[in-house]
Design a protein around this ligand. Structure first.
Ligand code: GRG
Length: 308
C-alpha cells in the first residue's frame, strides 16, 4: 500500500506529495550548504572548489531529507534541523570522495560526473574529503543546543556514526572482505556500519533538533537502522540491475571486485524480499507517531522502490 501521492490517489487514504517534499528539501539544503561552506574564492581556492565540486555534483540528498522528515515527525521546524541535514551530507560526501580514490574503490564516475581525484588529483581529493568531514563538525558546533540534547551529545552522535566503530569500520570490513566468501552475518555487520549508521544518525539528529522525547528517539533509531539496512540491499541490487548511466557511477563493480553482496549470496529475488521486510520493520517503528511521520514513511517506500 503506497503512501506516496499519485494522480489517482484515493480521497480516503492519507497520502504524501513526496516529489514536492524532495524538490523543496533539496533546494533548501543546497542553499544552506552554499552558506555554510567557504566560497570558491576563499584561499586556497583549489580546496574549496574541490569540496564544492563533489558536494554540488547532484547527490540524491536522502540523508538530509530523512533528517528533515524526522524533525517534522516530531513537530520540529526545518530551520532548526537544517544544520544537521547539512552536516550529515558533508560526512556522506566525504565518504564518497575517499571511497572513490584509487586506494579504495578506484572509481572514475560519481553522481554522474568525474570523481574528485580525476578532476583535482589524489592529494586534493584526500584533503577535500578531510575538509568536508571537518566542516560537518563545524556546522554542528555552530548550531544551537536543545534542552534535552546538548552540543556534546550532538557532536558525539556525528563522531560515533562516522568513526572507526561505524562508518570506517564498515569500510574496513568491506575492503578486507573483497574476494572472500562472507556469511550473511558478516555482510550485515558491514551494512550496519558502512551505510545504516549514517542514515540512522541523520534521522536521530532530525528528532534531536525537534527536542524529541526519548520514546520518539528510540522509534527513530529503530526506523533509521532498518531503512539504512534496506538502503544498502537495494544499492547492491541496483549495482547488478542498472546501467552506469542510470546510476551515475560504475555499475557492476561489486561482481568485478568479487564483493560480498545480498544478490551474490542469496540471489536477486530473495534480496528484494529482504529489502521489503526491512522496510516493513522500518514502517512498524513509526507507529508511535500516529500518522505524523508520513514524510518518513513516504521516504522509506521511495528508497525501497528507487531505480538509482
Ligand atoms: C577514511 C580514507 C577513508 C575512507 C573512508 C568511510 C568511507 C571511506 C567510505 C564509506 C563507504 C561507503 C561509500 C558506503 C556506501 C554508502 C552508500 C550506499 C552510498 C551511496 O549513497 P547515495 O545513493 O549517494 O545516497 P548520492 O550520491 O545520491 O548521495
Amino acid at each position: 500500500m503506497s503512501v506516496i501521492k499519485k494522480r489517482s490517489a484515493s480521497k480516503t487514504k492519507q497520502v504524501f506529495d513526496l516529489e514536492q517534499f524532495l524538490t523543496s528539501s533539496t533546494a533548501s539544503v543546497n542553499a544552506a550548504l552554499d552558506q555554510f561552506l567557504p566560497s570558491e574564492k576563499s584561499k586556497p581556492a583549489t580546496i574549496h572548489k574541490a569540496m564544492r565540486y563533489s558536494l554540488f555534483a547532484g547527490g540524491k540528498r536522502m540523508r538530509p531529507a530523512l533528517c528533515l522528515a524526522a524533525a517534522a515527525a516530531c513537530g520540529g521546524r526545518e530551520a532548526e534541523a537544517m544544520p544537521f541535514a547539512c552536516a550529515v551530507e558533508c560526512i556522506h560526501t566525504y565518504s564518497l570522495v575517499h571511497d572513490d580514490l584509487p586506494a579504495m574503490d578506484n572509481d572514475d564516475y560519481r553522481r554522474g560526473k568525474l570523481t574528485n581525484h580525476k578532476v583535482f588529483g589524489e592529494g586534493i581529493a584526500v584533503l577535500a574529503g578531510d575538509a568536508l568531514l571537518t566542516q560537518a563538525f563545524e556546522i554542528a558546533a555552530r548550531s544551537k543546543g536543545w534542552p534535552r540534547y546538548s552540543h556534546q551529545e550532538i557532536i558525539l552522535e556525528l563522531a560515533r556514526a562516522s568513526g572507526s566503530l561505524q562508518l570506517i569500520a564498515g569500510q574496513v570490513a568491506d575492503l578486507e572482505g573483497e574476494g572472500k566468501k562472507l556469511s550473511i552475518a558478516e555482510l550485515k555487520f558491514i551494512h550496519e556500519r558502512k551505510t545504516s549508521a549514517l542514515l540512522c544518525c541523520s534521522v536521530r539528529l532530525g528528532g534531536m533538533s525537534a527536542n524529541c522525547p526519548p520514546a520518539q528517539l528510540r522509534a527513530l533509531t529503530d526506523f533509521g537502522y532498518h531503512v539504512g539496512l534496506a538502503f544498502q540491499v537495494i544499492d547492491d541490487i541496483l549495482d547488478v540491475t542498472q546501467t552506469s548511466e542510470q546510476l551515475g557511477k560504475t555499475a557492476g563493480k561489486d561482481v568485478a571486485v568479487q564483493k560480498a553482496t545480498y544478490p551474490a549470496i542469496v540471489g536477486l529475488e530473495k534480496s528484494r524480499q529482504i529489502a521489503a521486510q526491512l522496510t516493513a520493520r522500518a514502517f512498524a517503528a513509526l507507529k508511535i507517531f500516529k500518522g505524523k511521520a508520513i514524510a518518513l514513511e513516504a521516504l522509506a517506500e521511495f528508497l525501497l522502490k528507487r531505480d538509482k
